[in-house]
Design a protein around this ligand. Structure first.
Ligand code: ADP
Ligand code: MG
Length: 291
């Protein structure tokens, strides 16, 4: 009888099981292989950084995981559920949220409106209820605004609620994008170069914010980042990408002193770590990137 088995023979689940598991991920654009054989394991409740020279394939990996582009091969699991092959909005519903290397906001909408856009998946009002202005619609609308304000406050830009996104300083736009991602209630937040364009003080504030996202909201964070001070201060583990593959993975102290990592950064034409030369927008043709 199974019931008679002593309980201590049951396998114990590890304290921090992987939340995100990527195996053998590959993405080819025409004949050009952007990434291949990429394995990633992100522990639940951790902050995990992805570093590597420009063009190494970091953003492409994010784009595949979030279903922004379809992977050519590989499997992606979130909390044990397979998510590769699902449309982007379904992947989002599984709890994956992201920001973009090039900030993507609605420039002519206010900060508050930009955050409201991020939480539509939480609302239950039907089209007809909205048209007739039902009680549920008005209640949900009020709650959504309240929640949007809470997240603006959480990322530290409560005073900007009524400002148009395009009029906000760059650092605040990045925070706004994070608020919009968080309001959807994700399990994992993927930040693509959140410190880009920030000064050292803003970088330190960002480290603090990421730590609060993990500790207070319980959201696992993966960030692609070039600013090594930010990476070393915030990440528990680091995965290094080079030439479309994973070069190595480990805790910050190990990565920092790894000869191969130093070489990957210094040994390439565009390998200057602090200044991303090539921006990555998936819809941009390849010629534009190489130029
Ligand atoms: N939509 C796309 N079409 C064609 N090539 C792309 C596309 N997106 C990325 N690439 C190419 O894939 C490679 C990896 O780019 P990317 O993932 O943006 O690198 P990283 O984020 O590490 O700088 C680059 O050579 C880039 O030009
Ligand atoms: Mg990138």
């Amino acid at each position: 009888m199974l019931d008679a088995l002593p309980k201590n023979l049951l396998p114990k689940s590890p304290a921090r099981a992987p939340l995100l598991e990527v195996r053998g991920l590959k993405k080819a654009f025409g004949g050009m292989i952007a990434i291949q054989n990429v394995d990633l394991s992100i522990a639940e409740g951790s902050v995990h950084a992805i570093i590597g020279p420009n063009g190494a394939g970091k953003t492409t990996a994010f784009n595949c995981i979030t279903a922004f582009v379809p992977p050519t091969a590989g499997t992606i699991f979130l909390g044990g559920a397979r998510i590769d092959g699902l449309p982007a909005h379904v992947v989002a519903r599984h709890g994956v949220a992201r920001t973009y290397q090039n900030v993507r906001l609605f420039p002519n909408m206010t900060a508050l409106e930009n955050v409201l856009v991020g939480q539509h998946r939480r609302l239950h009002t039907t089209f007809w209820e909205a048209i007739i202005g039902s009680g549920r619609f008005r209640r949900e609308e009020a709650e959504a605004r309240e929640r949007a304000r809470e997240y603006l406050a959480f990322v530290g830009i409560a005073q900007r609620a009524g400002d148009l996104a395009r009029n906000m300083p760059y650092g605040d736009q990045r925070r706004l994008e994070i608020a919009r991602a968080l309001v959807a209630g994700p399990r994992i937040l993927m930040l693509d170069e959140p410190a880009a364009g920030m000064n050292p003080a803003e970088g330190r504030a960002l480290v603090e914010l990421i730590e609060r996202i993990r500790a207070e909201l319980g959201v696992t964070v993966v960030l692609i980042e070039h600013h090594m001070r930010v990476v070393m201060a915030v990440a528990e583990r680091i995965t290094v990408f080079n030439r479309g593959a994973v070069l190595t993975e480990g805790p910050p102290a190990e990565i920092q002193s790894d000869e191969r990592v130093i070489e990957a950064y210094l040994g390439r034409r565009s390998g200057h770590v602090a200044t991303p030369v090539v921006e990555s927008e998936p819809h941009r043709p390849m010629e534009a990137r190489i130029a």
